[in-house]
Design a protein. Structure first.
Length: 194
């Protein structure tokens, strides 16, 4: 893997462990010579991972929507900033650039990005590893929801297996390196309503 997209919050969260792990991941990827592609902001988790990667000699690329390209939001210290037309265009741009995805704690935007990556994988449009760095069990309720979707018949187990989860950066990265996309039937099952 040469480039990894990082999905994470523009907020830092209430617990210091979130930013600590973001910085640790930034340093880890820089040491592995893996470029980071992220949302382009200088605050919160985005700023933490970008700053740590830069301090460790890493290469960081931001992709920021035009309406957010403001002096007070945009990270000015990164090597490259790409401006997208809107949020949807940003996701497409990032998708075309990277070999995999890692999500850190965040809000609606982070979940939106993870869901889109999983959907692309489910439809076999992409076959890239999608990972959650489960710091402080942040994603535990989301993982439980995915398991419930399988249990209730709304998600195939092989599609559920596309999501890689771990709380240890090194282990998560190993899972990503070993990832092979599942072969999933594209046949749509229909249910007759009575």
């Amino acid at each position: 893997m040469k480039r990894i997209a990082i999905f994470c919050g523009a907020s830092i969260g209430h617990k210091t462990i979130y930013a600590q792990e973001a910085r640790k991941l930034g340093r880890f990827l820089a040491q592995k010579n893996i470029e980071i592609v992220f949302g382009g902001g200088k605050f919160g988790m985005m700023g933490a991972i970008a700053d740590a990667a830069l301090e460790a000699g890493g290469h960081v690329i931001g992709v920021i929507p035009e309406f957010l390209k403001l002096e007070e939001i945009e990270h000015k210290g990164i090597q490259q900033m790409i401006t997208s037309k809107n949020m949807s265009d940003r996701k497409v741009t990032i998708s075309k650039m990277v070999d995999g995805y890692i999500a850190l704690p965040g809000g609606f935007g982070t979940l939106d990005e993870v869901m889109e990556a999983l959907t692309l994988g489910q439809l076999q449009i992409e076959k890239k590893p999608i990972a959650l760095l489960n710091t402080n069990d942040f994603f535990k309720p989301l993982i439980a929801q995915f398991d419930l979707m399988v249990q209730e018949g709304f998600l195939k187990p092989e599609n559920r297996s596309m999501l890689l989860v771990h709380d240890n950066i090194e282990t998560l990265f190993e899972l990503m390196e070993d990832y092979e996309a599942p072969t999933v039937s594209k046949i749509v099952h229909t249910v007759a309503f009575k």
